[in-house]
Write a protein that binds this ligand. Structure first.
Ligand code: 6GU
Length: 240
C-alpha cells in the first residue's frame, strides 16, 4: 500500500509518520507514505503557489498549475496509476471506518491537502475522485486530516498491527464501542478490577465484555445501535 500526500508542508507529514506503529510499518516495508511538496512544481521564479481569488473576497487560493503538475509527476512515477485522489476538505463526505476498510486494499492512493482559502476549482475538477472531511470543524489545512486518513487506512493493512494491537475486538469492528480494559494491579486506589476478568472463565468474560460494549454504546453513542449487529435478545434488552 502506497499513500502519496500532496502538500505545501511535507514536514508536518514526515515527522508524524516516522513515529510509533506507522514508523515501524514503513521501516518493515508494509506501507509506503510519501509527502510531495506542491511548491516544487511552481513554474515561476518566486516559487509562488497562491494568488488572489477572481471576483474578490478574503484570502488566497492555491493555483491550479502547481497542483496539476505535482499530480502529473506522481502519475509518471507510479507503476500503477492511482485510482483514488482524496481532497481533504470540511465540505467532503464524512470519513468513516468502512471507507478506510474499502481503501486499505488499494495499491496506491493520493491525498491532496489544501491551504489558505482552498484550491482553484479547475485543479480539483481535473484530479480529485472524492472529497472527504474528518469532522464538522475547520482546520488550518488538510495535513492533519490527511494524517488521520492515512493512519486509519494503514493500520488495516495486513501485518501493520501486531497480534497485541489486533483490531478484531475494537470499536466499530462490530458497530459497537469497546468494553472497558484493566491491567495490573488488581486493586488501585481502592478500585478493584471486575471479578469476572480474574475468573479465568472465557465464556463469562466474553459475555461480560459484550454486555459492557452494549452499555457503553447505549450511553455514549446510541446513534450507533441502529446499524450494529445485535442478537434478538440484545435488541430486546436495548429497547426495554
Ligand atoms: Cl478533511 N480538511 C480540512 N482542511 N479541514 C477539515 C477537514 C479536512 N475536515 C474537517 N475540517
Amino acid at each position: 500500500m502506497k499513500i502519496t500526500i500532496m502538500t505545501l508542508f511535507p514536514e508536518m507529514i514526515e515527522n508524524a509518520v516516522n513515529c510509533s506503529i506507522l514508523g515501524r510499518a514503513r521501516q518493515n516495508g508494509l506501507i509506503e507514505i510519501e509527502a510531495i511538496n506542491i511548491r516544487d512544481f511552481a513554474n515561476n521564479k518566486h516559487l509562488q503557489v497562491d494568488d488572489y481569488p477572481y471576483g474578490g473576497g478574503a484570502g488566497m487560493l492555491m493555483m491550479a498549475d502547481p497542483v496539476c503538475r505535482c499530480y502529473d509527476h506522481i502519475v509518471e512515477h507510479s507503476s500503477v496509476a492511482p485510482q483514488h485522489v482524496l481532497y481533504m476538505s470540511p465540505q467532503g463526505k464524512p470519513w468513516k471506518q468502512q471507507m478506510a476498510e474499502a481503501l486499505s486494499s488499494e495499491e496506491h492512493i493520493v491525498l491532496l491537502c489544501g491551504h489558505y482559502e482552498g484550491i482553484d476549482q479547475r485543479a480539483l475538477d481535473a484530479i480529485v475522485t472524492e472529497e472527504v472531511s474528518i469532522g464538522d470543524y475547520v482546520l488550518t489545512g488538510g495535513e492533519l486530516a490527511a494524517l488521520v486518513v492515512a493512519d486509519s487506512i494503514s493500520r488495516l493493512v495486513p501485518g501493520v498491527l501486531g497480534k497485541a494491537e489486533s483490531f478484531q475486538d475494537e470499536s466499530f469492528s462490530d458497530g459497537l464501542l469497546e468494553y472497558p480494559h484493566y491491567t495490573r494491579p488488581a486493586v488501585y486506589r481502592d478500585e478493584a478490577v471486575p471479578d469476572v476478568l480474574l475468573s479465568g472463565n472465557h465464556q463469562k468474560i466474553a459475555a461480560y465484555r459484550r454486555e459492557m460494549s452494549l452499555i457503553n454504546t447505549f450511553n455514549k453513542r446510541p446513534d450507533l445501535l441502529k446499524r450494529a449487529k445485535l442478537t434478538e435478545k440484545e435488541k430486546y434488552f436495548i429497547n426495554e
